[in-house]
Design a protein around this ligand. Sequence first.
Ligand SMILES: Nc1nc2c(ncn2[C@@H]2O[C@H](COP(=O)(O)OP(=O)(O)OP(=O)(O)O)[C@@H](O)[C@H]2O)c(=O)[nH]1
Ligand SMILES: [Mg+2]
Length: 368
Amino acid sequence: MAPVRFVMVGGFLGAGKTTTLARLARHYMGRGLRVGLVTNDQAQDLVDTNSLRAQGFAVSEVPGACFCCKFDELVGKAGELEVSQRPDVILAEPVGSCTDLVATVVQPLRALYAGRFVVAPYSVLFKPSHGLRILRNEGAGFSPKAAYIFRKQLEEADAIVVNRADELAAAQVAELKALLSDQFPETPVLTVSAKTGDGFEAYTALLDQDGAFGRKILDIDYDVYAEGEAELGWLNLSAHLANDPPFALDPVLTRTIEGLRTVLAGGRGEVAHLKVIGLEPGGAFGVANLVSSGTGTELSLASNVTTGEADVIVNARVAMDPDELEREVRHVLRNVCAAAGLRVAFRQSQSLRPGRPTPTHRFAAAVG
Ligand SMILES: Nc1nc2c(ncn2[C@@H]2O[C@H](COP(=O)(O)OP(=O)(O)OP(=O)(O)O)[C@@H](O)[C@H]2O)c(=O)[nH]1
Ligand SMILES: [Mg+2]
């Protein structure tokens, strides 16, 4: 069998990785290639897995910790996709608070699975809402330790991909490019919009390249990294909503995110990413998001359905105590449902602070 091209796209929480992977998947499928995706999270019940599956893609999931700590499971899940889909390309999304992926994923894949995978250049999406403030050294609502992770993610990239170009003024793009070329002078910078597809021609051309990529081994302090990650509260929660007569699904999703934006305002905890998916039995689905405390609620994927019941999953990553975060999410969802006259039955929930990363492999120097 020909080796599978392994395309991993990094970037901070809410940078646009899942949106980008969906666009890349369509791009490769349009070229006649078969595609599989692997998602990753600290916990079960992942919005991204459900959203990508609902869009028709073949998705495997590595839950419970980042790819670096679950390297064998990543290879195992890629293997399941190889059997079921015979993919030419596997697209992989690591957890957005994870870094050091070149030393712990790219290099081990190259060294240990050379005949099975060809690893594409490692690109990292840049999230302007937090990134501009971090590059200006203004702080971004997070502690310096979380900002440390953000910077380390950029430092190991073969290319930095500034996302959300559709929202950026020309002066902002110019400032970002100047800051990035000053602080990461060796790294090419692309500008894209995962939403509109602008810039993807150059981006996919970069991902098609072979050569001396995936070789930037970080000098990284795992204590700072672990403490930075542990400052984030993490919540994955699922529930079932029902009503007779049927209700419009999308407003429930946006009101849930908007309700959380309101209760978390006033410095209670910077939002890294809040997302909710609603799935109705017929297969229609909608997703609403908030990517920082200073931006607005967005219905990123509309279901446009009215339904008698729906499953909802909330994934919240906020710099606050995870138990408090869970209380707020339950409270807001209950209020949104009460206001709309819906019955809500809570199902699973996991709230946590990410544990210290202990990678399966860590290469101290690049091989090959
Ligand atoms: N305007 C605009 N919004 C975007 C773009 N790319 C992503 N978004 C929005 O940003 C939000 C987060 O996008 P995701 O693709 O879920 O981000 P992510 O990096 O996968 O997030 P995590 O998995 O939580 O780390 C969603 O509301 C997207 O619709 C873009 O190019 N332009
Ligand atoms: Mg994602």
